[in-house]
Design a protein around this ligand. Structure first.
Ligand SMILES: [Fe+2]
Length: 326
């Protein structure tokens, strides 16, 4: 299926049938009732739903919501959730079979060779519509669960990029990923990066390096700290996903061995924050048609924010409130 942009930006999105929301909590029943109250002209009923949702208890930072807990158990992600919260990073294994990883690596190399401006990889909202293996990484079920733990229910996609690292390539320097957000960073994480390692991350291979526990500082490093802070490498086998919190201080180590380190970077953000990259409406529609419910969520289609009709998308409005509490 061709999922490139056809330039049809004017289509009203609310009329498009979205895939049914299967991941529901008790508050989703309230959300459904809000639409019924509005269509029946019952303003009191609508306000009652709003008040119940805004006053409902929120999952504390670092804890797993009641709705998410069964999926965390199903995928055996308890340790990853704990590490991500306490240390700011974790490594996810067995997220996809070996043939998938071979395909992903070949795709990253192919995408870079077809993009003359991107010797070291490709950035922007071009990869996912062109390469199914990349879209499948973005909606990987295990990652969707871990991301919901870290950046909340209804989280959205922020960006997808590939990178190829070779011997002698520059290091990026110590930084944190959610650096465009005000300081101090909130107690909740806002941004999550998943680094699909298609090659081994050994100390010589140019792996990502991190300062464990640095999310607790809730700020980026200052100039002195950039030059003087010790980091440790994230070591993992090819076929693992290195995942880190938007507040963790990280860098990469120089690559001192021959060959190429191919990585796909997928980042997710809380539903109320703007994405690094946006997809034209027509491309969104085709991606949603092809990849279903998780893609609709990643495109922000279940909430009301940044839509032409704003709060008139009533269940999207209520859902955003409900999701922000888990
Ligand atoms: Fe980074």
């Amino acid at each position: 299926m061709d999922v490139t942009n056809d330039g049809n930006e004017g289509a009203a999105h609310a009329s498009l049938p979205l895939p049914a929301r299967t991941q529901r909590g008790p508050d989703d029943d309230l959300v459904d009732r809000a639409s019924e109250f509005i269509s029946g002209g019952d303003a009191d009923g609508f306000m009652d739903v709003f008040n119940r949702l805004q006053g409902s208890p929120a999952t504390p930072p670092g804890e797993i919501s009641e709705e998410l807990a069964p999926r965390v158990r199903e995928f055996g992600l308890e340790r990853n959730c704990r590490e991500l919260w306490e240390q700011g990073y974790t490594v996810v294994e067995d997220a996809a079979p070996p043939e998938y990883w071979r395909d992903l690596r070949a795709t990253i190399l192919k995408a870079a060779s077809g993009d003359p401006g991107a010797r070291a990889g490709s950035m922007g909202s071009t990869l996912m519509p062109s390469y199914p293996v990349v879209a499948e990484a973005a909606i990987n079920p295990k990652m969707m669960v871990l991301a919901e733990f870290s950046v909340g229910a209804g989280f959205i996609l922020s960006n997808v990029a590939s990178s190829i690292r070779r011997k002698g390539d520059r290091c990026i320097g110590l930084h944190c990923d959610q650096v465009w957000h005000p300081v101090p960073f909130p107690e909740h994480n806002l941004f999550l990066t998943a680094c699909w390692a298609c090659d081994d991350f050994t100390p010589e291979a140019g792996p990502t390096t991190v300062v464990p526990g640095s999310p607790a500082r809730r700020r980026p490093p200052n100039l002195d700290e950039i030059g003087s802070t010790a980091t440790v490498p994230i070591e993992c086998k090819a076929g693992s996903i290195a995942v880190w919190d938007g507040r963790i201080w990280h860098d990469n180590a120089p690559r001192t061995i021959d060959g190429e380190r191919a990585v796909l970077h997928v980042s997710y953000t809380r539903l109320m924050l703007r994405q690094m990259e946006v997809y034209p409406r027509s491309v969104q529609d085709r991606l949603v048609e092809r990849y279903g419910e998780p893609m609709a969520q990643l495109m922000g289609r279940y909430d009301f924010l940044a839509k032409p009709e704003g709060k008139a998308y009533v269940d999207g409005f209520m859902r955003a409130i409900a999701y922000a509490r888990r």
